[in-house]
Design a protein around this ligand. Structure first.
Ligand SMILES: [Zn+2]
Length: 375
C-alpha cells in the first residue's frame, strides 16, 4: 500500500489543506477501482466503512491478493469536514460560495470530444485508451482558481480512468440505496445484492454533474455524440460509477461499517480485482427503479413533523408518510404517498417550513423531468 498526500490550493494566507489517497496494487495492471467516502463531509458511514475496508485491503495486499489497482480516499472533502456554523457541521455546501461539494465536476465528454473526433476506430479497447489519454491531458492542463476547484481536480484526477467508481454517501435517515446511470447497472448490480440495497435509482444524466455521473457520463455521452462517426459498440461504457447511500447520518457504528466494508470487499472479489472466492450473491432486496419515478414528498404547510412511515418501508398510494401539525391553528396535514414504492429516505429534523422536503419514495413509473437531484 502506498499513501499519497495531495495539497489543495491555499485559499488564504497561512491555510493549507491536504487530501490523502491510499493505493493498492499496480497502476495499469488489471482493473482500476476507485472508492471515496464523505464527499458530503458530514455523511460519515462511508468514512468508517472505508476505515474497515482499508484494513481488509491491507491484509489482502500482504497475501499478494490485489490483482489490479485499488484507490481508497476515506476523507474526500477536507474543506467541508472543517466547516462549522453555530456548532454544527456544514459539509454539503462550501460556505464561501454555497456550491454543493458534489456538483460541478468537469464535463469530460465535451472537453475531450474535439481531441478524439476522427481518431477513433472499431476497437473499443483502443478507443478507451485514446479517450482516457485525452481526458488525462485535459485534467493536466486544468488550472484550478480556488481551493474547491483544486479539490475537484484532485478527485477527478484520481478517478477518471477507473473501471469502477464507488462514491460513498448517506442520506438524513435512510435505508441503503444506490444512484447510478442506467448503462452502469449491469456492473453495479452485484454490489446492490451484497449491500442488500432497498432502492436503486437509475437515471441518465440526472443533472448537476455529480461526481459519479462525471465519471460514467463521458462514455455514453461520447458514444452518443459520435454515433454517426464510429461503428456501434466501438465506444464502450468503460466506467461504471455509483453513489452508494449507506443509510442515515446517525448510522455510524462499527457493526454496520464492518458489514458494509465486507460487502465492498466481496464486490471487489466479485470484480476479480481481489483474489479469492467471491461471496455468494444473496437475492436482491429490491428492483431497480427510474429516478424519474421517485416521489419527493413535500410539506405544503409549516409545522412539527410526526412520521408515520419508517425508512425502508414499502408504501402504497395513499398511505400516510407523516403528519404536519400546527398547534396554533390546531390543524393536522397528512402527507401521503402518491406512488407505490419504498420510502428510501426521510429528513431528520422534525420541524418544516412550507415547501420543504419530507422524504423520497422509489416509484416504478417515471413522471419527473428536468434536474432530478435536489440541492
Ligand atoms: Zn451525499
Amino acid at each position: 500500500m502506498q499513501r499519497k498526500d495531495h495539497s489543495l490550493l491555499s485559499p488564504s494566507l497561512g491555510s493549507f489543506k491536504t487530501l490523502t489517497s491510499f493505493h493498492f496494487g499496480q497502476a495499469g495492471v488489471g482493473q482500476k477501482i476507485y472508492i471515496q467516502a464523505s464527499l458530503h463531509a458530514e455523511e460519515l458511514p462511508g468514512m468508517l466503512a472505508a476505515h474497515h475496508l482499508l484494513r481488509l485491503l491491507e491484509a489482502a495486499d500482504t497475501q499478494g491478493a490485489i490483482k489490479g489497482e485499488i484507490i481508497v480516499v476515506p476523507v474526500a472533502n477536507p474543506i467541508g469536514l472543517a466547516q462549522r456554523l453555530d456548532h454544527r457541521s456544514m459539509g454539503r455546501f462550501e460556505l464561501g460560495t454555497s456550491e454543493n461539494f458534489n456538483r460541478n465536476f468537469p464535463d469530460l465528454a465535451t472537453a475531450v470530444l474535439p481531441a478524439v473526433r476522427g481518431k477513433l476506430g472499431a476497437n473499443p479497447a483502443d478507443n478507451t485508451r485514446l479517450i482516457r489519454a485525452a481526458a488525462a491531458q485535459h485534467i493536466a492542463q486544468w488550472q484550478p482558481q480556488t481551493e474547491l476547484e483544486s479539490q475537484r481536480k484532485i478527485l477527478t484526477g484520481l478517478a477518471f480512468d477507473a473501471d469502477v467508481v464507488l462514491d460513498l454517501h448517506c442520506d438524513f435517515e435512510a435505508a441503503v440505496h444506490l444512484y447510478t446511470e442506467t448503462p452502469c447497472w449491469p456492473v453495479i448490480e452485484p454490489l446492490s445484492h451484497l449491500l442488500q440495497a432497498k432502492a436503486v435509482l437509475l437515471a441518465l444524466d440526472s443533472g448537476g454533474l455529480s461526481f459519479d455521473e462525471a465519471m460514467s457520463g463521458p462514455w455514453w455521452r461520447l458514444a452518443k455524440a459520435l454515433e454517426a462517426e464510429v461503428p456501434a459498440g466501438a465506444i464502450a461504457q468503460a466506467c461504471a460509477s455509483v453513489t452508494v447511500e449507506l443509510r442515515g447520518e446517525g448510522d455510524v457504528t462499527h457493526d454496520l461499517a464492518k458489514s458494509d466494508a465486507q460487502a465492498l470487499f466481496g464486490y471487489l472479489q466479485h470484480l476479480g480485482v481481489v483474489a479469492g472466492t467471491p461471496p455468494a450473491l444473496p437475492a436482491a432486496a429490491c428492483e431497480a427503479t427510474p429516478l424519474a419515478g421517485s416521489q419527493t414528498v413535500n410539506a405544503p404547510v409549516p409545522g412539527v413533523v410526526a412520521f408515520a412511515a419508517l425508512p425502508g418501508q414499502h408504501l402504497r398510494v395513499g398511505d400516510l408518510v407523516a403528519e404536519i401539525i400546527d398547534p396554533i391553528q390546531n390543524t393536522v396535514y397528512a402527507a401521503r404517498s402518491e406512488v407505490d414504492g419504498v420510502l428510501f429516505a426521510r429528513i431528520c429534523k422534525r420541524y418544516v417550513t412550507a415547501g420543504e422536503k419530507l422524504g423520497n419514495i422509489a416509484g416504478k413509473t417515471p413522471f419527473r423531468t428536468g434536474n432530478l437531484l435536489g440541492a
